[in-house]
Design a protein. Structure first.
Length: 194
């Protein structure tokens, strides 16, 4: 006795995509440019782009100006790790020098509000120069720092950073002469949410 084949399955019904007020499907709208909103300031795993300028003086006879550009990552809520490329110039007794280097800085925003924060920072870096810094020192130095500052929201996902920090320049005894220098650094910059 022959067995009848099963009846064909009914055609599937697919619900149409939700439409916008002008009738375009929602997925078409997302293809046309709904942008992701950056995470709130200080959120864990958020990223920022930072552009800064700094003046450093030793209150005697040397001054340094430098620019920093880099990225920061909030590895914990209100705690950021920033890596910068630096470039600048030192006016000092003897021969002045151009500088370049890398800085790594950890900032803890210990008082964080929706549109401002206060932070403490600790950092360190390496600095090369076109002539010895300080004069009589070396063309390669380490640059530890310790400071504090504040941020203020000045536009959506944009913060103004200001800070004061102790800034040290020393070759840590890797050259025969290590005069070293201590200074006060004052920096200001903008930080953009990514």
């Amino acid at each position: 006795m022959p067995i009848d084949p099963p009846p064909p399955a009914p055609p599937s019904v697919v619900a149409p995509a939700p439409a916008s007020a002008d009738g375009a499907p929602a997925d078409a709208l997302s293809l046309l440019g709904e942008r992701a909103v950056p995470a709130e300031f200080g959120a864990k795993d958020s990223w920022r782009l930072n552009v800064e300028g700094e003046w450093i003086g030793d209150f005697e006879d040397a001054n340094q100006a430098q620019a920093r550009i880099g990225a920061s990552w909030f590895f914990a809520r209100n705690a950021e790790l920033a890596l910068y490329g630096t470039g600048g110039y030192v006016w000092q007794p003897g021969e002045d020098a151009g500088t370049y280097g890398l800085d790594l800085e950890i900032r803890w925003h210990f008082l964080a509000r929706e549109d401002w924060s206060l932070f403490a920072s600790v950092g360190g870096g390496v600095m090369g120069s076109t002539s010895p810094v300080p004069d009589g020192g070396s063309p390669f130095n380490f640059t530890p720092s310790l400071g504090g500052g504040a941020t203020l929201e000045v536009a959506e996902n944009t913060r103004l950073y200001v800070s004061a920090r102790w800034y040290h320049v020393s070759n840590a005894g890797t050259y025969a002469n290590n005069p070293g220098r201590n200074g006060l650094g004052l920096w200001i910059g903008l930080s953009f949410g990514l």
